[in-house]
Design a protein around this ligand. Structure first.
Ligand SMILES: [Mg+2]
Length: 153
């Protein structure tokens, strides 16, 4: 079986990046199960490359080690042929800002791009919506309760 390679983004995939860029060596909490997921890939024989806009610093490597993230390289694929660009060759890219191209430039794809929001932004909106649930007096929750009360009368 041919050995496969995955490029895994760091910000928002391995560690929480909800607060955005806070500095070169400032990291959030580990995304749950990033340690287990990367370990399984390694056990299955995959080459795991952390592919990030961050520089490969001692602090980044320390953080990855402390959090048991299984990986082979950071921002490089030593097996890559000469004459290629800075884009790292891989069989799969895992990224919180990716959209999978499925062979067609159709309206669905363009809509996906235009409407795209990373999961952290979607999560923030959901939390805000939940927090505002009872603020308006016209929430779905209250309208639902009113209907049930009227139905009971
Ligand atoms: Mg990211």
């Amino acid at each position: 079986m041919e050995k496969k390679t995955i490029c895994i983004d760091f910000d928002g995939v391995i560690h929480d990046y909800s607060n955005g860029w806070q500095g070169e060596d400032v990291f959030g909490q580990m995304i749950p199960n990033a340690d287990t997921g990367t370990s399984v890939l390694k056990q299955k024989g995959w080459t795991v490359i952390i592919f990030t806009t961050r520089k490969k610093t001692d602090e980044l490597e320390k953080w990855l080690k402390e959090h048991n993230i299984a990986y082979d390289y950071i921002n490089e694929n030593p097996g890559q042929p000469d004459g290629t660009s800075g884009k790292i060759m891989a069989d799969v890219y895992l990224d919180d800002r990716g959209i999978c191209f499925r062979g067609r430039w159709d309206s669905w794809l363009v809509r996906e791009i235009l409407d795209f929001e990373p999961w952290q932004e979607q999560q923030k909106k959901e939390i805000e919506q939940l927090a505002a649930f009872n603020d308006t007096g016209n929430s779905i929750w209250e309208r639902g309760c009113e209907r049930r009360i009227k139905a009971d009368l």
